[in-house]
Design a protein around this ligand. Structure first.
Ligand code: NAD
Length: 259
């Protein structure tokens, strides 16, 4: 389905981004991986994903640095020939009450989770316009739709990302370019494992007990969503069946935001 298309997936060396990269490769896309990690592990990942013949490039661009965001798009055009699909996935969390939230952490979370998405879209859109085809998939969160205490920067960034998605969808509405957001609930990745570990330490409970408590608080299914499921939805949004899905925020959250 995506043979000959080139995709950037930011933050794809781990977690949800890796699940999305795998799903796009399975549909025939070439992929520019991005994110941090050990060089050997990243090379192994490139080899594994490229087994079926897809071109798998890698950029270590730091998405908190505006010039590196633009560089990522330019490198993708140079190495893969185009940018047809942009998945803005790299993200981070910081947890603290508003009146104790460090200013530098606010700036970092907003830059990575929101501003870098704007910067990447801004750089990639002209490439998509050249071919009148493109897919922009922004990985927002249940926290793009509802809030939780102590996550001010994250919730602000993710609500902002949903707003940005709608604007881009309107500006591209008469073209073959679409923009949508995916809103996952809890997915068991390193980002969430940190929060589970913190909960276990704070309450003096086991990791397993902390997982159950985390899910019980927010996610009615009491099961984690998976990177494969998020990847499946991202691939669907890249399919012809999704041509008229524009500016949508699609939840995969075990019922979190239905409450
Ligand atoms: P993760 O920590 O497993 O992976 C984050 C990825 O981003 C890694 O590849 C990491 O190397 C990369 N990264 C981090 N900082 C970067 C930077 N400055 N520049 C480039 N890459 C960087 O996280 P995840 O849980 O897979 O989260 C992915 C996205 O999904 C995030 O936007 C997150 O907010 C969102 N999300 C996650 C969950 C969840 O439950 N895990 C729920 C909703 C939304």
């Amino acid at each position: 389905m995506l043979k000959g298309k080139s995709a950037i997936v930011t933050g794809s060396t781990s977690g949800i981004g890796l699940g999305i990269a795998r799903a796009l490769v399975a549909q025939g896309a070439n992929v520019m991986l991005n994110g941090f990690g050990e060089a050997a592990a990243i090379s192994a990942l490139q080899a594994e994903l490229g087994k079926g013949g897809a071109k798998i490039a890698y950029s270590g661009a730091d998405m908190t640095k505006p010039d590196q965001v633009a560089g990522l798009v330019a490198d993708t055009v140079r190495e893969l020939g185009s940018v047809d699909i942009l998945v803005n996935n790299a993200g981070m969390q910081h947890v603290a009450p508003v009146d104790a939230f460090p200013l530098e952490m606010w700036d970092k979370v907003i830059q990575l989770n929101l501003t870098s998405c704007f910067q990447a879209i801004r750089a990639a859109l002209p490439e998509m316009k050249k071919r009148n085809w493109g897919r922009i998939v922004n990985i927002a969160s249940a926290h793009g739709l509802v809030a939780s205490a102590e996550k001010s920067a994250y919730v602000a960034a993710k609500h902002g990302l949903i707003g940005l998605t709608k604007v881009v969808a309107l500006e591209t509405a008469k073209s073959g370019i679409t923009a949508n957001a995916i809103c996952p609930g809890w997915v068991l990745t390193p980002l969430v494992q940190k929060q589970i570990d913190a909960l276990a330490a704070r309450k003096g409970i086991s990791g397993e007990a902390a997982k159950i408590e985390l899910l019980a608080e927010k996610q009615p299914s009491q099961e984690f969503a998976t990177p494969e499921q998020i990847g499946g939805l991202a691939a669907f949004l890249c399919s012809p069946a999704a041509d008229q899905i524009r500016g949508a925020s699609l939840s995969i959250d075990g019922g979190w935001t239905a409450q």
